[in-house]
Design a protein around this ligand. Structure first.
Ligand SMILES: [Zn+2]
Length: 221
């Protein structure tokens, strides 16, 4: 049976296929897949150079399959130029190693799209926890990127509409830091798309393979 894919979580359940954020408190283990990045919220308290080195080292050691979360947040106080600079450093690592980025974006769609063009980045980005409008979603698709939907899919009609009309080959689902089960998000998602749960799982699994190959263990579930 095809596994559920949880493309971004801070609360791993260690079942299905989960892309676990290797943030503080999460211990790396050979059996699971991880991302690591310099989150905009952590820029001011981080040793930036050492975190960027750590990302490269983790990639070289094959301990992560994605960079992230990384991105831009226009609601926090951290200097926007510094945020852009730190993000662009991570874009450059992403391009060098052809490793996707899990994007944290708050009121910064235009900034990120501009950086994608400016850097001529080709490796896909996954905008996680998407809650934007259809216009933004279309822009992200035109940039060649993916959207991941989380618990907002359960309650927010605007997000549900975007989800229902977005190309399925560019979609992922996630739990992020919520206590929702990935199975609950998939159930709602299949209802919104009007397709069976099996079809949905197959589509998202195939999206995962396109981006990450078989860099995970197969779990019978
Ligand atoms: Zn997160």
């Amino acid at each position: 049976m095809i596994s559920y894919i949880n493309i971004h979580t801070h609360k791993p359940e260690y079942q299905n296929i989960e892309l676990i954020d290797l943030a503080t408190g999460i211990i790396w283990d050979l059996r699971w897949t991880y991302s690591f990045g310099l989150h905009p919220w952590n820029i001011e308290t981080s040793d930036i150079d050492s975190d960027l080195d750590k990302i490269e080292k983790l990639i070289e050691e094959k301990k992560i399959v994605a960079i992230g979360e990384a991105g831009i947040d226009r609601v926090i106080q951290t200097n926007i130029d510094l945020q852009k600079q730190v993000f662009m450093e991570q874009v450059s690592i992403s391009e060098q190693f052809k490793i996707p980025i899990i994007i944290h974006c708050v009121k910064a769609w235009a900034d990120l799209s501009e950086i994608r063009k400016q850097t001529k980045a080709k490796t896909p980005w996954i905008y996680h926890g998407f809650t934007g409008n259809l216009h933004t979603a279309q822009q992200i698709r035109l940039d060649g990127n993916y959207l991941s939907f989380g618990k907002a899919l359960l309650l927010n009609p605007k997000v549900q509409d975007v989800f229902a009309s977005f190309p399925i080959e560019k979609i992922f689902l996630e739990t992020d830091d919520s206590d929702e089960k990935i199975e609950t998000i998939y159930e709602k998602a299949s209802e919104l798309r009007g397709i069976s749960l099996v079809e949905l799982k197959e589509s998202i699994y195939s999206n995962y393979i396109t981006l990450f190959g078989k860099s995970h263990i197969i779990i019978d579930s």
